[in-house]
Design a protein around this ligand. Structure first.
Ligand SMILES: [Mn+2]
Length: 306
């Protein structure tokens, strides 16, 4: 059986393309690696794979197999089909979230804007040139995760990596990103609970379990106007997942701000403490806050501990 390379549950473009690109690289080196996914892909990822003519990886089978985790390390974000003792390596750009293993494993974590950036660096280090398709999806992973370099998570390495990748991929970055963000923002036929779930991550800190969903978009109004449905979906998810708190942010990519949904008094208190802001009708506008990784999660954890 091959070693599977796999991203997180409720995956995003960065996690899926990182898995595909690393498998491609290992195959070039003669190793039996296959990409897999933990859950169905979203519309942005669908657009990216179609654009570059690549197949969607299969959902990881529920059996003993060796795995490489990309773009995640928190236990709550790992596919339930993975046995923790089969994890060989982690390649990620998120904070460490408390995973315990019984054996030593390789870990490559860098605070850059995307896992795709780290994977592009491994290609260089190994002296392997990515194909045009692989260079294209890695560029897409970087542009998606950094919101075209506007997110505070953006690192110099991300911009360097795109320059090198685009010598091979030859995409029109500006036109491509417009299409990418349009696909990201597409809510046609989606229910509000699906929007809340689509880019949702679970965390544990200070003995509390909480979740943060984000919806990055260039068209926030059609989502925000469904305030009641969103709050209902959050309350249901909080109960189903036995969480202490749940949050949901509609991230306006163009305005560089978020509208934060807090379904209960406990959540509202945490957000007003974290951002010294007023909550009205379970909503607050957070200017300049767009990153769950670098802003929301640490700010919320800090508010929890004080
Ligand atoms: Mn990522």
């Amino acid at each position: 059986m091959p070693t599977f390379v796999i991203g997180h549950l409720n995956n995003d473009t960065d996690s899926v393309v990182s898995a595909i690109a690393l498998s491609y690289l290992e195959k070039q080196l003669g190793n039996d690696y296959d990409p897999a996914i933990a859950s169905p892909i979203n519309r942005e990822t669908e657009f990216v794979l179609k654009e570059f003519g690549l197949d969607t990886p299969e959902i990881i089978p529920d059996s003993e197999k060796k795995v490489i985790l990309v773009d995640h390390n928190e236990p709550s974000q790992i596919s339930p089909n993975i046995k923790i003792d089969e994890i060989q390596c982690i390649i990620d750009h998120h904070k460490l979230g408390g995973l315990k293993t019984s054996q030593p494993i390789s870990v490559r974590v860098k605070p850059v804007g995307s896992t795709s950036t780290i994977i592009a660096g491994i290609f260089q280090k190994k002296g392997i040139k990515p194909s045009k398709k692989i260079a294209g999806i890695l560029a897409a992973g970087i542009l998606s995760d950094t919101l075209k370099f506007t997110s505070p998570t953006t690192h110099e390495d991300d911009k360097e990596a795109i320059k090198d990748l685009n010598k091979i991929a030859e995409i029109d970055i500006s036109a491509f990103t417009d299409k990418l963000f349009k696909a990201k923002s597409d809510i046609s036929g989606m229910k509000m609970n699906e929007i809340v779930d689509c880019d949702y991550k679970g965390f544990e800190a200070k003995g509390k379990k909480f979740g943060i969903g984000v919806w990055e978009t260039v068209m926030p109004e059609p989502v925000i106007k469904n305030r009641k449905e969103i709050l209902d979906a959050l309350k249901k998810k909080k109960e189903a997942c036995k969480l202490d708190f749940i949050f949901f942010a509609v991230v306006d990519i163009l305005k560089n701000e978020s509208v934060m949904f807090t379904p209960g008094e406990k959540e509202s208190k945490i957000i007003s403490k974290a951002y010294k802001t007023e909550i009205k009708d379970n909503l607050s506008v957070l200017p300049g806050v767009v990153s769950r990784k670098k802003q929301m999660t640490p700010d919320i954890e800090k508010a929890l501990s004080s």
